[in-house]
Design a protein around this ligand. Structure first.
Ligand code: IPM
Ligand code: MG
Length: 359
């Protein structure tokens, strides 16, 4: 098969982790007889420096025209003082909206080899951690109006949080469908004791539940959910939640699995053209030092093969190679523990490639 992939290296550690993921994809192409064509796309801080805009229109077009997009990370201190709507992160939000990828899937699964890297007690980890956060990605407070005004001599900032029924319904369906393919338990997370948008969220979820009688729906307030994720993570299978709650809970969930550097994500909308990115940020403090963990990006490339290109064997090959390298005790700094062998970003990439095989 031939696939055209738009590649956004981005800022900070973005270029080095993406480099490793592309090498993995090239090896997969060799092994399985595919052709992957790459188109470079500028987004984030590097695009601000080059084009004065975190996502110029023609860059968005390249993404929309591709078969899928692979992204490293964007942002950094250098651009902290640019106006809000010109920040690197705004490029990412515009990309997600422009591609229409409303459903962000973030797995929180502990690799057995990394159980020691989890900050949770062994007896909690031993009960198992394997759930998915389905995060609404192009609505809510990140996309509401943002204004800062001055009233009676002091500044006032407002960010609007709104959801329509149809926005909630389409992500709710993804939640139910995802649960249907797993253990058929869906937990809808909101703040309905305070927010109108959450009360609407909850009522739409319950209306949808009638169409999915085989799925058991439960509700949880977001503050309680934050607590339950560290207290008893094995209770969760699929969590569906709005944009900001999903952003926060997915960072928390990643940490209990050992490191945010391990977690990939997929974002999909109405077509098979998806956006694939690790959930961590651009980590400017370690950029260019060849110590970042490329596994989150490599596993994101595997998700691209699985969910957008219908190449499950190729995706399995990547996941098995990652597992084999972890089995042999190789670790990047973020997942290092006693008795393991510490390697850098490019070395980790090489090791994973050396374990790739066609089955
Ligand atoms: C994420 C990030 C982004 C988000 C930022 C960089 C805009 O935190 O993907 O989780 O908030 O969605
Ligand atoms: Mg985040």
């Amino acid at each position: 098969m031939t696939k055209n992939i738009a590649v956004i290296r981005g800022d900070g550690i973005g270029p080095e982790i993406v480099e490793q993921a592309l090498k993995v994809l090239n090896k997969i192409a060799d092994l399985y007889g595919h052709t992957f064509n790459y188109t470079d796309v500028d987004m984030g801080g590097c695009a601000i420096d080059k084009w004065g805009n975190p996502l110029p229109e023609e860059m968005l077009e390249k993404c929309v025209e591709s078969d899928s997009v692979l992204l490293g990370a964007v942002g950094g201190e250098k651009w902290n003082n640019v106006p809000g709507d010109m920040r690197p992160e705004k490029g990412l939000l515009r990309l997600r909206a422009g591609m229409g990828v409303y459903s962000n899937n973030r797995p929180a699964k502990i690799w057995k080899q990394l159980a020691d890297a989890s900050p949770l007690k062994k007896e909690i980890v031993d009960k198992g951690i394997d759930f998915i956060i389905v995060r609404e990605l192009i609505g809510g407070i990140y996309f509401g109006e943002h204004t800062t005004t001055e009233e009676s001599g002091e500044k006032k900032a407002v960010d609007v949080l709104s959801y329509t029924e149809s926005e909630i319904e389409r992500i709710g369906r993804i939640g139910f469908e995802t649960a249907r393919k797993r253990s058929k338990r869906l937990c809808s997370v909101e703040k309905s004791n305070v927010l109108d948008s959450s009360r609407l969220w909850k009522s739409v979820m319950h209306r949808l539940a009638e169409e999915y009688p085989d799925v058991e729906l439960s509700d949880m307030l977001v503050d309680n959910c934050a607590m339950q994720i560290v207290k008893n993570p094995s209770q969760f299978d699929v969590i569906v939640t709005e944009n900001m709650f999903g952003d926060i809970l997915s960072d928390e969930a990643s940490m209990i699995t050992g490191s945010i550097g391990m977690i990939p994500s997929s974002s999909l909308g109405a077509t098979s053209c998806g956006l694939y990115e690790p959930i961590h940020g651009s980590a400017p403090d370690i950029a260019g030092m060849d110590i970042a963990n490329p596994i989150g990006t490599i596993l994101s490339a595997a998700m691209m093969l699985r969910y957008s290109f219908d190449m499950p064997k190729e995706a399995d090959a990547i996941e098995n190679a990652v597992s084999a390298v972890l089995d042999e005790g190789f670790r990047t700094a973020d997942i290092m523990s006693d008795g393991c062998k510490k390697v850098g970003c490019s070395e980790m990439g090489k090791l994973i490639i050396s374990k790739l095989e066609r089955k």
